[in-house]
Design a protein around this ligand. Structure first.
Ligand code: ADP
Ligand code: ZN
Length: 438
């Protein structure tokens, strides 16, 4: 039996599902009305689809309404999708914009309160409370990670250290000297910190007080979780969110670690078939779609996240009745098609991390010399492996190649680098470099 911690918002998080659904319907009707009357983008989308706010009589009716996609937000950059005048907006964030124009999101005072509330639920899910010292290594700035974890820490009354990303050795000193008990970071940066802890000659069990960590903002596998838990001596919780919906706090694991509970009173989830757009039943994997139920400044209807996962609705051991989403299996747009075969970066990570001789830092390159897709993986050797010399490395490359070919059904080059041979990142790691369009 998993640990039991107090649920932050007992009334909502353990509400009987039929009551929760009533609340969701009422809020969804308000949202539909709000976007139709205030946001020209939605007026156009609704009219195009021939629907009116009054058509939403049940939760199932949502399927009649149009989707919103990232391009809609870009086309109305920066503030077109806002449902309030700018003077009512108290905070603005944006996504990194690595795949195009920035996506902008805004919050009213009340939106900020709700964000703090859902982040408090996140912390409480992992037993974090007043008295904890939270080492927040998510980036501060336009990215929602840093500030989201920051306001949630205040909401639960804990002490927060706004370290942000970077200056890694100093972070280790801070963790040790300030007695950090909770670590919040991207999983890839957590590994960088683990490395720095080892480099400083510290034993995380004895020299650090870390107890739990909340890791998210990028995909990570269960093998990565084991690695982080072992090397930092803490219990790792997966947390999910996206700037468009609110930032971190959309969902989080509980101590049962069997999926991430969604704050369903604020964010209504659907799973759809990504090609037909048809809604899929619980327990069937597909693309995750969200409708915000309480956002004032930036309400979104049926927003297609491109993330692939599955929803489960049965009650959890922890007592929560809100649905659980499975660990993100990747994005519908991060699937690589290599010579016609679908390959997900998470499959590659699973294979790489099954070799104890390798360290969990890697980059996947895709090239197309002469009309032929070529997949190459660069991964780091552990210190021990590297010191065994060239022949052992060559032999190891052969084994990894074989392991990948068996898992992916497509051949893949493997290049084992020296320790620290792969660039570290302080935020979200770049794991795939697709050079085919270049
Ligand atoms: P940015 O675009 O600036 O990187 P976002 O907050 O918009 O920031 O990124 C959200 C995306 O990050 C999600 O749609 C999802 O693909 C990914 N993500 C967030 N949390 C997780 C998680 N726990 N596991 C896997 N992917 C995640
Ligand atoms: Zn649970």
């Amino acid at each position: 039996m998993a640990k039991k911690y107090p649920v932050w918002n007992e009334e909502i998080e353990t509400m009987p599902r039929n009551e929760l659904q009533k609340l969701q319907l009422k809020r969804m009707q308000e949202t539909v009305e709000r976007v139709y009357s205030r946001v020209p983008l939605y007026k156009k989308l609704f009219d195009g689809a021939g629907v009116k706010p009054a058509d939403l009589k049940s939760l199932d009716d949502l399927a009649k309404f149009p989707f919103t996609v990232k391009q809609d937000l870009r086309d109305n950059y920066p503030f077109g999708p806002f449902a309030v005048p700018l003077k009512e907006v108290s905070q603005i964030h944006a996504t990194s914009g690595t795949t195009g124009k920035m996506t902008v999101t805004g919050y009213t005072k009340n939106d900020m309160k709700i964000w703090a509330e859902v982040m408090a639920r996140v912390y409480a899910a992992g037993g974090t409370k007043k008295g904890d010292v939270i080492h927040n290594a998510y980036g501060y700035g336009l990215f929602t990670g840093g500030l989201g974890f920051h306001i949630g820490a205040h909401e639960i009354g804990a002490t927060v250290i706004p370290v942000s990303g970077g200056l890694t050795q100093r972070q280790v000193t801070i963790m040790q000297d300030f007695g950090s008990t909770v670590l919040t970071a991207t999983p890839s940066y957590a590994l960088v910190l683990a490395e720095a802890v080892e480099e400083a000659g510290l034993d995380p069990k004895k020299d650090l007080k870390l107890r739990v960590g909340f890791f998210g903002a990028e995909p990570w596998t269960d093998k990565m979780r084991e690695e982080i838990e072992k090397r930092l001596s803490l219990e790792a919780y997966d947390i999910f969110g996206l700037a468009e919906i609110t930032g971190p706090g959309v969902s989080v694991e509980c101590p049962a670690h069997n999926g991430l509970h969604i704050a369903e009173d604020h964010f209504y989830p659907e799973i759809i078939d990504p090609s037909s757009g048809e809604p899929l039943p619980y327990d069937t994997p597909g693309e995750l779609v969200f409708t915000t139920l309480t956002r004032e400044a930036f309400p979104l209807l049926r927003y297609r996240t491109r993330d692939r996962t599955v929803l489960h609705a049965e009650k959890c051991d922890c007592g929560r009745t809100v649905v659980r989403m499975g660990k993100i299996m990747g994005r519908t747009d991060d699937m690589l098609i290599i010579r016609g075969v679908n390959v997900f970066p998470s499959q590659i990570e699973d294979v790489l991390l099954s070799f104890a001789e390798l360290s969990p830092h890697y980059i996947i390159y895709v090239d197309r010399p002469k009309d032929m897709d070529v997949l190459t993986v660069e991964v780091e050797a552990s210190e021990k492996l590297f010191n065994q010399g060239r022949d052992t490395l060559k032999d190891m490359e052969g084994r990894v190649k074989k392991g990948l070919a068996e898992a992916l059904f497509v051949s893949c080059g493997v290049n084992i680098k020296e320790p620290l041979g792969i660039q570290r990142s302080a935020g979200k790691a770049v794991r795939v470099v697709d050079r085919r369009e270049l």
